[in-house]
Ligand binder design. Sequence first.
Ligand code: ADP
Ligand code: MG
Length: 247
Amino acid sequence: MTNILEIKNLHVEIEGKEILKGLNLEIKEGDIHTLMGPNGSGKSTLANVIMGHPKYQITQGEIIFQGEKINDLSPDEKAKLGVFMSFQYPQEIEGVNIRNFLRTAYQNVHGKISVMDFKKLIDEKAKILNLKDEFSDRYLNKGFSGGEKKKSEMLQLAILNPKLTILDETDSGLDIDALRSVAESINLLKEKNPKLTVIIITHYKRILEYIKPNKLSIMINGKIALEGSSDLVNHLEEKGYGWIEED
Ligand code: ADP
Ligand code: MG
């Protein structure tokens, strides 16, 4: 498989402080790639920069998505290319149900769709994810549990059908049932679309028991310090991050 994402010698600053310090990473199309590393190593910074968050400044290096340099694209332009990140919604959006919210998100990426056709699409995806049709009638995040928020994110993922999705600590704070449900959703979407590429940023081994990543990278101090198969996670559980040498 070809690389869907290539990051070359990436240096990124926020408010004049260098956070990413010459990071290199290659992600193959269809891979499930896990990214781990200590707090503050720059994982979220990397995710935000890939998405095009304006607060972060690329001072050197390249982000190449499907052969095209995307350093300077806006988050909107990146979404149109098929890059998605699971993000925290605003607390609640008064009077907006999930279906209307997702229709707007869909239209931003894929262009106009009628209310009827969108209803069909969302019902089909809800079915794949084992969600009740009524789920999309609910107001966005109103009274949602952590698990339900994640379900609406998974529905958004299914609807937008991106090429690359980044899940930044999506598993944090979930109980075991919610965690399993997120993992199952990813596996179902992956089954439907084997080319879906997923970057999972996590602190915990447990999500990796349900989603089998092909690769694991460990980030330390703004760089990828080690790359390997998902078995690496067992070393981490035993020894922490201290045994990995920084260069
Ligand atoms: P991780 O996700 O691996 O825990 P982050 O990317 O969130 O790491 O943070 C990396 C470093 O960047 C930390 O030292 C953090 O303090 C700093 N940082 C992140 N976001 C900001 C910000 N908005 N303003 C200032 N410093 C930030
Ligand atoms: Mg983080």
